[in-house]
Design a protein around this ligand. Structure first.
Ligand SMILES: [Zn+2]
Length: 248
């Protein structure tokens, strides 16, 4: 990472940057993207990782940590990310961005608890963000299926990450109003069991959010050898199954 930005980081983040760069064998790039508003982001591909800043001098440690955790999962731990399957009949750019956004939501189930543990003040940032969705899900112009999907994901996120009673009550009100209480409890039970296995976790999300399994694929990055490969989500299911049969 460029020295100027590396020197803005605290010790915790510097160690993480060094760990990632050493393993992937390339520097984490920093790029300013003025289209972003007060928010960092990141891009990863087979050649490495870039952190995106909304402006040159905006690089808070807590947000940098969040992006570094995303990068470590994809580039170091080789956790796959979800992409739309290009052969899928109903493919369009809207589906493609919806699945990228779903992948981000799923990754946050693992990343945000770590982020909050390290930077306590991020707790209220995430609580406010989720509360806003759970309270306003019906005023965003979404169709009923999409309202249910948003509430389901965010209820599960609250259940998994936060202990604030007020927020939990608001989350419960939302699933009651949408009449998806049973579906939500079934969902969280399967989510919790699959948290350390992204392939299965992705299938759980697709099933409960009623997204056709044919629509998704998983991309694995190998930043050390600068290669990547994509596998259809439905094939992962068969592989998992045959693997467990073989080992059983
Ligand atoms: Zn994120």
């Amino acid at each position: 990472m460029n020295n100027f930005y590396f020197n803005l980081l605290d010790r915790n983040n510097r160690l993480l940057v060094q760990e990632i760069e050493e393993i992937i064998g390339s520097e984490i790039e920093i790029k300013v993207d003025v289209a972003r508003i007060n928010k960092l982001g990141c891009e990863v591909d087979k050649d490495g990782a870039t952190i995106l800043l909304p402006k040159e001098d905006y690089f808070p440690n807590s947000s940098a940590y969040h992006e570094l955790l995303h990068i470590r999962r994809f580039c170091v731990h080789k956790i796959p990310r979800i992409l739309a399957c290009e052969n899928f009949n109903g493919w369009n750019s809207k589906l493609s961005s919806a699945l990228i956004s779903l992948d981000n939501d799923i990754e946050h189930f693992i990343i945000v608890p770590e982020e909050i543990k390290q930077y306590k003040m991020r707790n209220s940032y995430w609580e406010n963000k989720v509360e806003n969705i759970l309270v306003n899900y019906d005023s965003l112009g979404l169709i009923k299926d999409d309202q249910e999907r948003r509430v389901l994901i965010n209820w599960a996120f609250v259940h998994h990450v936060f202990s604030c009673k007020e927020l939990i009550d608001k989350a419960n009100t939302a699933i009651n109003n949408l009449c998806i209480v049973d579906r939500t409890y079934q969902f969280i039970e399967e989510v919790v069991q699959a948290l350390d296995k992204k392939e299965i976790l992705t299938q759980v999300f697709f099933k409960h959010l009623k997204i056709p399994i044919d629509a998704g694929s998983l991309e694995y990055l190998d930043c050390i050898n600068n290669t990547s490969y994509v596998i259809q989500l439905k094939e992962v299911q068969q592989n998992q199954y045959s693997r467990s049969l073989r080992s059983g």
